[in-house]
Design a binder for this molecule. Structure first.
Ligand code: WTA
Length: 649
């Protein structure tokens, strides 16, 4: 990334009305790190508590005792914070604008309606025996019922675990088992880009896997009316269970540290981890970040294009905006359907003021040229946001100029599933922008850059990004495996949270995320563990060994490059490549589709047998001149062979 860049100063007109200008940001930031108890004790007032907390921060990153608690003696309910407290003032205001895959389908759901629908489902869940602390898995399309289901779980103290609808039956089964989930909520089919995705069939397949017996009930929303199998006694139509329920349901009083949700995400090693997020700190953090980072003003229409299956959907489609009494737009489809102008057309149709999307979506549009947005004006837009992966300055400039008509500040927001909410980002009225930089830390966030030995680096420098103290939105544990939580995040460097990201700090103290430094790759903003894809491949009869790395990809950010060593009795062929591609798609889901497969008679390994991924990454990136030291390899000739047969892309 080049240092040479334009600077976009804060606009006076934005700063004049913003929640924070430069001085206010600095003062609030200073207090948040100097005196977290006072700062967060004050901020806690932004949400409704049954019992207001007297204890604010109680956190330790000591690897012998990672213990993170915020507001620990407070009690509240997340769903009441998103619904009940708005009824008096904004019962008739639109809470959710739903835009269907088909441009002719849309709906407005008021806060009162959302409250009633949530209460009805909450009552239906109770009738099925779901209790406080039980885990409910959601495998759903982007329809209002997905938000209703999250809020209904929260209302009765059940813990939701949303699984992205693009994951395979096996991936779904793994998550149902991992969370010991009693009930799944799904739909017959989802609709994306004019095509049906068989969600219920996938659930049926998942529930044939060993270990899923714990799941006794499947609640099915009728979205398309498509044909599905039905298992009597297990499957229940959502509308039959819900429509006759009372439209009130008391909200369960939850402790601040009771779990609100589990969300699975990929790491460097092993199976996906279920991050545990709790109630009080998460709600304060999601709502505060949503208000300040997007400078959300009363009455504005806010659209986050993420799927609710990702953390961005949790914090910035559902909990943040609804806690703030906002109007949040939920889009069922894909930005390229029916035409590439769709995103802009949705902005015009619903007069969207704030648009939050991913660099991969912007690059996909850029590829269609300057005129791709000509079917819309987008003059309602005020603020743009970016999330999920580093945004390259070219894409930033294009987003600014073409989508935002050179009128809207862009907030590039860096954060992770583990963080619960935005960590490093500009505030529209407070931060001068540099395209490609996530800029400065949010309140309470203390970033630092470490070298590989764990020394803190000062000044303008490159390093590994750590966070030195806790913030309220932070995940508290990995579901059922606190030791793994400690190992993964708090053992690389003592006493700090390790993000897994590399980062540069410039002379103005701005942060520039450079990407993962571990074995996680980021494909179109989706986090994939290379180990997960490798273990899928080696389960195929023909495969002896596999190594997966990321490589630079124009649209996706990173693509998936796979080196495969076949068993002696298997013949390399294009057919087999196709078969392996299908295999991974079926095993994990379409988002894990390999971009490139290269046959590797053997893989570069150290004498102790460790695969040298650094070298594989370089070859995949076609940087074969800069391979660095290969002298520690057991057999350096392996590398020449791989370079010679480097797969053409
Ligand atoms: C990457 C998504 C650069 C990063 C909210 C992080 C980013 C991972 C940005 C988390 C950004 C996310 N700039 N990189 N603005 N946002 N990332 O858990 O590598 O799906 O560690 O959370 O995405 O992905 P996750």
């Amino acid at each position: 990334m080049s240092e040479q860049q334009n600077i976009y100063p804060v606009r006076d007109a934005i700063a004049a009305k913003a929640w924070a200008d430069k001085e206010k940001y600095q003062a609030m930031y200073k207090q948040s790190v100097d005196d977290p108890d006072t700062f967060w004790g004050e901020q806690a007032k932004r949400i409704d508590w049954v019992k207001f907390p007297t204890k604010i921060k109680h956190t330790s990153f000591d690897p012998h005792n990672v213990d993170i608690r915020w507001f620990e003696d407070g009690t509240l309910n997340a769903s009441a914070n998103c619904l009940d407290r708005h009824l008096e003032k904004r019962g008739d205001q639109t809470a959710i604008i739903w835009e269907g895959d088909d441009p002719n389908d849309s709906a407005h759901i008021s806060y009162r309606e959302l409250y009633e629908r949530t209460c009805q489902l909450a009552n239906a869940l109770k009738a099925q025996g779901v209790k406080k602390g039980d885990v409910v898995t959601l495998y759903m399309p982007m329809i209002p019922e997905a938000a209703v289901a999250m809020l209904a779980c929260a209302r009765i103290g059940a813990v939701h675990s949303v699984v992205f609808g693009g994951f395979s039956p096996d991936a779904l089964a793994q998550r149902i088992i991992g969370a010991n989930s009693k009930l799944v909520i799904t739909a017959d089919e989802s609709v994306r880009g004019g095509k049906q995705v068989p969600l219920k069939d996938n659930v049926d397949a998942a529930l044939t896997r060993d270990g899923t017996e714990v799941c006794q009930k499947v609640l099915v929303v009728k979205r398309t009316g498509g044909e599905i199998e039905w298992k009597e006694g297990r499957d229940l139509w959502y509308h039959e269970q819900v429509d006759s329920q009372p439209t009130d349901c008391a909200a369960e009083e939850m402790n601040a540290e009771d779990p609100l949700f589990i969300l699975y995400t990929s790491g460097s090693t092993g199976a996906p981890k279920g991050l545990k997020h709790t109630t009080g700190g998460y709600m304060v953090y999601a709502s505060l970040t949503h208000q300040y980072v997007f400078d959300y003003q009363d009455g504005e229409v806010y659209w986050c294009t993420a799927d609710v299956g990702w953390v961005t959907g949790h914090s910035y489609i559902v909990y943040g905006p609804l806690a703030n009494g906002g109007t949040t737009l939920m889009f069922e489809g894909v930005p390229s359907y029916p035409t590439h102008g769709r995103m802009g057309e949705i902005v015009d149709k619903h007069k969207v003021n704030i648009l939050y999307t991913a660099p991969t979506a912007i690059r996909a549009l850029m590829a269609h040229g300057e005129n791709v947005m000509d079917s819309s004006k987008r003059d309602s837009l005020r603020i743009l946001g970016s999330v999920g992966e580093p945004i390259n300055p070219e894409a930033w400039e294009w987003y600014y100029r073409v989508i935002g008509n050179s009128n809207c500040p862009i907030v590039d927001t860096w954060w992770q599933t583990e963080n619960g909410g935005i960590m490093i980002a500009p505030l529209p009225g407070a931060t001068d922008l540099k395209p490609g930089s996530a800029t400065l830390p949010f309140f309470g966030v203390q970033p630092a850059l470490y070298d590989s030995e764990g020394n803190a680096l000062e000044g303008a420098v490159d390093g590994n990004l750590v966070i030195t103290d806790s913030w309220p939105g932070q995940a508290r544990s990995i579901w059922g495996d606190h030791e793994r939580f400690t190992q993964t995040y708090f053992s690389t460097y003592q006493g700090v949270y390790f993000t897994g990201d590399g980062c540069r700090r410039d002379e103005d103290g701005y942060y520039w995320i450079t990407g993962r430094v571990d074995d996680v790759i980021n494909v179109s903003g989706h986090r994939m563990g290379t180990a997960e894809i490798e273990s899928s491949l080696v389960a195929h009869d023909a495969v002896a060994e596999a190594a997966v790395v990321g490589f630079p990809h124009d649209i996706k950010g990173q693509g998936i490059y796979i080196y495969v060593t076949l068993n002696d009795d298997a013949e390399p062929s294009d057919e087999l490549k196709k078969e392996l591609t299908q295999w991974v798609r079926k095993d994990i889901g379409p988002i894990a589709s390999p971009d490139v497969i290269q046959w590797a008679p053997s893989l570069p390994k150290t004498r102790s047998g460790k695969i040298m991924r650094r070298i594989l990454r370089k070859i995949a990136a076609n940087e074969c001149d800069g391979l660095g030291d290969t002298s520690t390899l057991a057999d350096p000739s392996v590398v020449d062979e791989l370079i010679e047969h480097r797969a053409n892309r």
